[in-house]
Design a protein around this ligand. Structure first.
Ligand code: BGC
Length: 348
């Protein structure tokens, strides 16, 4: 079965039918990215993307991982963005030049042929989706390189069986990314989302930005106009200004609606690509029990005003994560826990 045919049948299996591609959108072929949904393991993706550079890259990544604990120890507090890990890695000569990019262990790519306009951290909230990871990496790395951005990919992994807390992982990913490099902006990216137009620019212009204008599974539309989930970007300063995301949404749903509300409350104007530029395909999967609905979400959404300034980056606490560098990404594995309840917040 071709990847497109298998994708069509998988989508059909969910009850959604893709409209015929030729009728539904007309992205010029040099701008259209075709997701490789057959990308099966990260090792295969590494072999494909690095070719002859892989052994050397892997050696440098291993050396950087051995040095990492001593660099991390220098940090004083979790919210003090140290901005020093990548500097130290560079000073230790652990970077490798691959074609027109320099690669630092942990998937940090820096263009050599131009002065990049933006440094972008891609933060992916994650748990157990190991089958999605190679497909996602295979897709996004070439896209960002074609856009000549300086970028890095951080997988923010929840290391426990509590309900999934996407928003808190995004906060952690943001804070941890800034310990590596002083990024200009952060793009929060669900692992099952695949941008299909190379013109969907991930630079920090026009932030806050919702990068999706239509989804294949929604017949190239959005579920609702105010949707702010899936793939969303903010500058570093904007993220601090809105106090990041709430930490108290455990389970599926609502946290992205509160995120949108925080952006609005600060009078920040959200942008979105127009038409086909913002089309996304998704890696279709069954909803499973590890991610049950958050029954409290409607109640929480009714009390956003009480928590905006007190629930977010301002009260974020977590144990030291396990950080592991890989050739294409940095894994931040963290045992996030419920934070103390503030008596001024309504119980939900
Ligand atoms: C949920 C959001 C979710 C959206 C689209 C809404 O009902 O509150 O969290 O992103 O549906 O699935």
């Amino acid at each position: 079965m071709t990847s497109q045919a298998s994708e069509q049948s998988r989508v059909k299996g969910t009850g959604n039918t893709l409209p015929s591609r030729s009728e539904s959108y007309s992205i010029p072929s040099d701008e259209r990215l075709t997701p490789d949904k057959e990308a099966s393991t990260v090792q295969k993706v590494n072999e494909g993307l690095f070719g002859k550079f892989l052994p050397r890259t892997q050696t440098l990544v291993d050396m950087a991982n051995r040095t990492l604990p001593s660099i991390i120890l220098k940090r004083k507090s979790i919210r003090e963005a140290a901005d020093e890990i990548d500097k130290t890695i560079t000073e230790l000569n652990l970077a490798v030049d691959i074609d027109d990019y320099r690669l630092l262990p942990g998937g940090h790519w820096i263009p050599l042929s131009c002065n990049p306009r933006w440094k972008v951290a891609i933060v992916v909230p994650f748990r157990n989706r190991f089958h999605h990871l190679p497909i996602f990496l295979r897709h996004i790395v070439p896209l960002l390189k074609r856009q000549k951005l300086e970028f890095s990919i951080f997988i923010a992994e929840q290391r426990n069986d509590e309900r999934f807390n996407r928003a808190m992982l995004m906060n952690v990913g943001f804070v941890e990314a800034l310990n590596f490099t002083n990024y200009d902006c952060v793009v929060f990216h669900d692992i099952d989302q695949l941008a299909i137009n190379v013109k969907n620019y991930f630079g920090c212009d026009n932030m806050p930005r919702h990068f999706i204008s239509g989804e294949a599974i929604w017949e190239w539309k959005l579920y609702y106009e105010d949707l702010f989930g899936g793939v969303t970007g903010l500058t570093k300063q904007q993220f601090y200004d809105i106090n990041g995301l709430p930490n108290i949404y455990w389970g599926w749903g609502g946290e992205d609606d509160e995120f949108a509300n925080r952006v609005k409350a600060k009078d920040l104007k959200r942008s979105r690509p127009k038409g086909e530029i913002g089309y996304f395909d998704s890696i279709v999967h069954e909803r499973n029990e590890s991610s049950p609905f958050n029954e409290a979400r409607f109640c929480l959404l009714g009390n956003i005003g009480q928590r905006r300034t007190t629930d977010g980056v301002s009260n974020l606490r977590y144990e030291q994560p396990t950080i592991e560098l890989h050739p294409l990404y940095t894994n931040i594995s963290v045992n996030i826990q419920k934070l103390p309840w503030n008596p001024r917040w309504k119980r939900c």
